[in-house]
Ligand binder design. Sequence first.
Ligand SMILES: Nc1nc2c(ncn2[C@@H]2O[C@H](COP(=O)(O)OP(=O)(O)OP(=O)(O)O)[C@@H](O)[C@H]2O)c(=O)[nH]1
Ligand SMILES: [Mg+2]
Length: 351
Amino acid sequence: MAIPTLVLVGGFLGAGKTTLLVRAARELQSLGLRPALILNDQAAGLVDTGFAQAGGLLAEEVAGGCFCCRFSELINAAGRLSAHAPGVILAEPVGSCIDLSATILQPLKQDFGHRFRLAPFTVLVDGALPDLSPGAAYLFRNQVAEADILCRGKSDEGPSRLPWPIDFHLSARTGEGVWPWLRAVLDPAGQAGTRLLPAVDYGRYAEAEAALGWLNYHASLHLNPALNPPMVVGPLLEELDAELTRAGARIAHLKVLDRAATGFIKASLCRNGEDPRIDGDLTASAAPAHDLTLNLRAEAAPELLRSIVAGAVARLPGRRGNETLEAFRPSPPSPERILRTLTTSPPPPTT
Ligand SMILES: Nc1nc2c(ncn2[C@@H]2O[C@H](COP(=O)(O)OP(=O)(O)OP(=O)(O)O)[C@@H](O)[C@H]2O)c(=O)[nH]1
Ligand SMILES: [Mg+2]
């Protein structure tokens, strides 16, 4: 049996990684190539996993730390997927992660060439450079420096103002550039992990990540009156945006997924005050039972994020059940493996 191709797509919070991977998975499905996804976060309860599953895709989650700190779990998640014989595994590391070449790509090439063909590492960058604090800018710069393939996403939103040479301009929304990029990553001649950060100051890396407050919320809702998903998500995002802005909390990514029997909506903000970007079914009819997942990454204390989100969901009409809310700062990265030399993959098995 052929081994799957493992396609890792990195890039900063909100760059459009999940949307691209879901789009790419659908394109691959249309050719019978059996895609699967692995999503990743510092905590469980991911909008991204729910979004992929709501779209009928096979998705695994590595939670509780980034792929580099949970390298074995990444391998285990890929192992669980192998029961479904995927042709392509699309994997998204946490959007604040750096040093992925040394901590994931080189170890994968060195020790797992018999299990995966590793695709060139793609880094996706939003065409409108995000407005970043110095710490976030440090993470962003290092992500770009590790790319085997650098892509500019959201090309439907206007011309790029990026200062780097871009390999592919693509839009997960319109599909522009998605196939040329997929052909490049699936090309057996493509080289993965060709770049390596010379050295990483893990103190500075930890500080930059810890400047971000992280919040994951999940609940089942029994609404009275019944509402459709856009009527749940729209006012909630508007209220959260207003309150975060008032409190001086800079949003890196605020995303909400609301699922009802009648349809689902995912909406997100990548900065304060912008219009939400929406995926899903705006015409779904009203329903009383909903499943709500909210992930917020913002430059603010986790306690502040907790009180703002808890206050906003408490004002939803009706009852909430099975509530979970985790708010924290990411703990210092502590990779399982660091291999700071460029390794070559052994040839894949011939049988
Ligand atoms: N217009 C447009 N919007 C997009 C495109 N790709 C993603 N988006 C929107 O950008 C927002 C962020 O997209 P995600 O795919 O969630 O970004 P991400 O990089 O996975 O974010 P994190 O998981 O938080 O790191 C969502 O609201 C998407 O709908 C695109 O090609 N065009
Ligand atoms: Mg994502």
